[in-house]
Design a protein around this ligand. Structure first.
Ligand code: NAD
Length: 485
């Protein structure tokens, strides 16, 4: 086992190895800006070796043809083992990503649940018999696609990998994972755990390195049959273009600019807490962050009082400290982008209610912290209303009535998640029906489960992850027609 804070290697064909180029790069602890580890800077040659290993593992030792119940048992063992090591994994996630330890524990538990859920599905992937004319038998077989690539973001480093890996492996595919450059550590540790739990060598490979070099090489590799990418719209588009050169399937889970509609008949205490959790969890670095509050005129004053007090009361600090409510952003470069967007919003006419700067004081000076920020008076044409900020920034816009709420909610290019707070059942469901988003939460903050679909409309993506139906994404269908004459 390798140390958490020294040099890591990549995991290819069940073994640790350096990059073919011999190059490394540092990853940082965003809470204090110190180097946490060195990892290999992979390149096209490393991608080639990993895809070869994954291709070989389809046949030898025959992961794809293994008794599917046995495949399920290996996956279940992985989930159990991850639960046993939850504390270690969560600590490493917090050190690398910055999120509070309680949130990191939730991520690791969710990763284990993805494997648990799809372990149970491994032996339930079957075709059908189809009535056809004449004395014939016609049936379908659902086969694995082959080698799958998984390109992962830094905001939920392990859980975003587990989300697409679990159905891919359950269906008998093999995989190459490219973690985000900032946050590769838990994925590397997880690959080793999978081997210890009995996953055959080559079934899961991890190549670390840059987006264009490693991610791009994976996306255009002719032996990769599916590319699952969770990331920005820009990256999703690039990956889709590269994958199209081989007509590889893509699963694109991209950004969001998600509305939270609060009607004036809502329970405002619960709504305010839900809004705060929905934007400041994980320092707002969430594709499904409720980043646009749309509040009905009659509830606005009361909501703003609660939100301002809640934001100002949040304690920022290292995620390892028990009373930390919000950790740092993942990198200084990212913090600069968030700050620039807030500045631009203010220049365009938004009113700064709270935050809008890096906090000062002991414990936060060296890290990449940014204060919980609220911008009021935001209108549809402002950049802060349209573009994903991916930080702890809530914009506030007033509305009047269901039609106005829905028009404002839908006035962006994204369509991932939407929240609705009301005590009127009819308003709740008619709003849910009219909002263009793949996930709608009524009187609920962002919450998801392995068994519930997760995916975006419009520019937020082209697919869904999670839920039993996602297995269809990870298999191909063969039709067999038999003449019985
Ligand atoms: P990103 O797009 O910068 O990177 C995502 C991954 O793609 C990383 O591993 C990166 O190295 C890789 N990559 C970058 N350029 C590439 C290229 N040219 N070819 C192949 N791979 C490339 O995103 P990020 O900053 O890591 O994550 C934030 C984004 O992810 C936000 O937009 C967020 O909304 C989105 N996200 C979406 C979901 C979802 O389920 N819809 C979940 C989490 C995050």
């Amino acid at each position: 086992m390798q140390s958490d804070v020294t040099s890591y290697q990549m995991f290819v064909q069940g073994a640790w190895r350096d990059s073919h180029s011999g190059r490394n790069y540092p990853v940082f602890n965003p809470a204090n800006g110190k180097v946490l580890a060195h990892v290999p800077k992979g390149d096209t040659e490393d991608v080639r070796a990993s895809v070869d290993a994954a291709k070989e593992a389809l046949r030898n030792p025959a992961w794809s043809a293994m008794d599917p119940s046995k495949r399920g048992r290996v996956m279940y063992k992985i989930s159990q083992s991850l639960r046993e090591k939850l504390a270690d994994f969560a600590r490493l996630e917090t050190l690398n990503n910055g999120k509070p330890l309680g949130q990191a524990k939730g991520d690791i538990a969710m990763s284990a649940r993805h494997f648990e859920y799809f372990a149970g599905l491994a032996d339930k992937i079957h075709g059908s018999t189809i009535p056809v004319p004449g004395n014939r038998l016609d049936y379908t077989v659902r086969e694995p696609l082959g080698v799958t690539a998984h390109i992962v973001p830094w905001n939920y480093p392990l859980v975003m990998a587990a989300r697409s890996l679990a159905p891919a492996l359950a269906a008998g595919n093999t995989a190459v994972v490219k973690p985000a450059s900032f946050t590769p550590l838990t994925m590397l540790k997880f690959a080793e755990l999978c081997k210890e739990a009995g996953l055959p060598d080559g079934v899961l490979n991890v190549v670390t390195g840059g987006g264009d070099e490693v991610g791009g090489s994976l996306a255009r590799h002719p032996d990769v049959r599916l590319v699952a990418v969770t990331g920005s719209v820009e990256t999703g588009m690039k990956v889709a273009e590269l994958a199209s050169t081989n007509l590889a399937r893509t699963v694109l889970e991209l950004g969001g600019k998600n509305p939270v509609v609060v009607y004036d008949d809502a329970n405002l205490d619960k709504a305010a807490q839900g809004v705060l959790n929905g934007i400041f969890t994980n320092a707002g670095q969430m594709c499904w962050a409720g980043s646009r509050l749309l509040v009905e005129e009659g509830a606005k004053k009361k909501m703003m009082e609660r939100l301002e007090a809640g934001a100002k009361g949040m304690r920022l600090g290292s995620g390892l400290e028990a009373d930390t409510a919000m950790g740092p952003l993942v990198a200084d470069s990212h913090r600069k982008k968030v700050a620039e967007r807030v500045e631009q919003g203010i220049q365009e006419g938004a009113t700064l209610v709270t935050g809008g700067a890096a906090p000062e004081g002991e414990g936060v000076a060296a890290g990449y912290f940014y204060a919980p920020t609220i911008l009021d008076g935001v209108t549809a044409e402002m950049s802060v209303a349209k573009e994903e900020i991916f930080g702890p920034v809530l914009t506030v816009t007033a509305f009047s009535g269901v039609e106005d709420a829905v028009t404002k909610a839908n006035a962006v290019e994204y369509g991932l998640w939407a929240g609705v707070w009301t005590s009127d059942l009819r308003k709740a469901h008619s709003t849910a029906r009219s909002i263009e988003a793949g996930i709608v939460a009524i009187n609920e903050e962002p919450i998801t489960f392995p068994q519930t679909p997760f995916g975006g409309f419009k520019k937020s993506g082209n697919s869904t992850e999670q839920g039993a139906e996602v297995i269809s994404t990870y298999v191909r269908i063969k039709n067999v027609s038999v003449n019985l004459e």
